[in-house]
Design a protein around this ligand. Structure first.
Ligand SMILES: Cc1cc2nc3c(=O)[nH]c(=O)nc-3n(C[C@H](O)[C@H](O)[C@H](O)COP(=O)(O)OP(=O)(O)OC[C@H]3O[C@@H](n4cnc5c(N)ncnc54)[C@H](O)[C@@H]3O)c2cc1C
Length: 349
């Protein structure tokens, strides 16, 4: 299909300015007049960065891999200009024995390139967001169909629109709350369960005395530890990111947050075999919907995006594939291929 002049383009609202929403906006360049709505203060979603004092933490996605041709092609210019850089940490597997003492760690080899955005994870989202029409701190609460198209309502009662098409990239439970039940993919969204994850962020006045930069943890409430400041382009202040397992987070989702923080901190000290007296900043973050859970069979039977051309609604996001940064990108790509042929001049509601 031929790209048209901006003033005649169909109007598309994208809910969520994470990797899926921003990728979709990129694919629709020249085909649609896109407006993004994001409930947070910044872009990036689960691929974001927190700052405190002189510390910085990638508290969501730690790195990403690129296995598809499409994602590798997309990353090429971003690698060339340094927005994305390879991260080659020394990675160990840590575990505790039955007595709760640290077992001898063993080295893990990473056999494929692992990438991060530099100087922080949300820099990639910021680059993709440049010069886009994005309404930040706008949490949408529902959609209303009018004769002219879709009206969007936010939690403050303001209305936005009118839009010809609406796409949600919010995690499945949040998308369920937004889209009408007559949406053809509604059952797929409703049947997707997502699990939480706790992130403990630690700022250290002195570097951690270990010979690794990242650790995969077994048999613990902790799943992953990263010396976040070891990633390329970061500052010199030593920051640690500790992720709980999804199972443990689900069991403790509503627990007292100070208690959760304490348990993760104690487990960390046991794993590294040191009491971390140099910690001068400590903060817990709860990801309510970190990743989709379900059997491989369930995941394989779900389409990579959801599309209802009659209602002019769509859904994409990592949870429709395997819950990674690359899957958010691929789900958005799949949806763009379905929507673009409908964006001709006679495709209005
Ligand atoms: C702790 C953790 C660790 C991870 N580690 C890795 C990793 O190492 N490697 C990897 O590849 N992936 C990792 N991931 C997964 C990766 O972060 C996601 O796959 C990817 O960022 C998802 O992008 P998305 O755009 O599909 O969703 P999101 O990033 O969740 O974007 C959806 C956006 O929608 C917004 N939103 C939701 N509801 C509304 C609403 N009502 N109105 C307006 N906006 C709304 C949200 O604020 C969010 O910004 C990790 C995720 C977490 C949480």
């Amino acid at each position: 299909m031929q790209k048209s002049a901006t003033d005649q383009l169909p109007k598309i609202a994208i809910i969520g300015a994470g990797m899926a929403g921003l990728s979709l906006a990129h694919f629709l360049d020249g085909y649609a007049d896109v407006t993004l709505f994001e409930k947070s203060r910044g872009v990036g979603g689960r691929m974001s960065t927190r700052y405190a004092q002189h510390y910085q933490f990638d508290h969501g996605a730690q790195f990403f891999t690129a296995r598809s041709k499409a994602f590798n092609t997309f990353l090429k210019p971003l690698l060339a200009d340094g927005t994305v850089q390879p991260w080659q940490p020394r990675v160990l597997t840590l575990a505790l024995d039955e007595q709760g003492r640290a077992k001898k760690p063993y080295k893990r080899d990473w056999f494929e390139p692992h990438y991060v955005a530099a100087p922080k994870m949300n820099h990639l989202a910021k680059v993709l967001a440049k010069e886009r029409d994005i309404h930040l701190e706008t949490q949408l609460s529902g959609l209303k169909k009018t004769l002219d198209g879709w009206l969007l309502e936010d939690i403050q009662g303001h209305q936005h629109g009118v839009f010809d098409w609406v796409v949600s990239t919010a995690p499945a439970p949040q998308t369920t709350a937004l889209l009408p039940q007559i949406f053809s993919g509604y059952a797929d969204i409703r049947h997707t369960n997502m699990a939480g994850c706790y992130c403990l962020m630690l700022g250290l006045s002195e570097p951690l005395d270990v010979n690794w930069q990242a650790a995969v943890v077994k048999d613990s409430c902790i799943a992953w530890i990263a010396v976040d400041s070891s990633k390329p382009g970061r500052g010199s202040a030593c920051s640690l990111v500790v992720h709980s397992t999804n199972e443990w987070a689900e069991q403790h989702l509503e627990d007292d947050q100070q208690d959760v923080e304490k348990q993760l901190f104690l487990a960390l000290q046991r794993l590294v075999g040191q009491s971390l007296t140099q910690v001068e900043f400590k903060k817990l973050h709860r990801w309510r919907y970190a990743t989709s859970v379900g059997s491989e069979q369930e995941k394989d039977s779900t389409p990579s995006c959801l599309f209802d051309p009659a209602l002019q609604l769509g859904v994409c996001g990592d949870w429709l594939l395997d819950g990674h940064v690359e899957s958010a990108f691929l789900s958005a790509l799949a949806l763009s291929k379905k929507i673009i042929p409908w964006l001709g001049s006679d495709a209005s509601i």
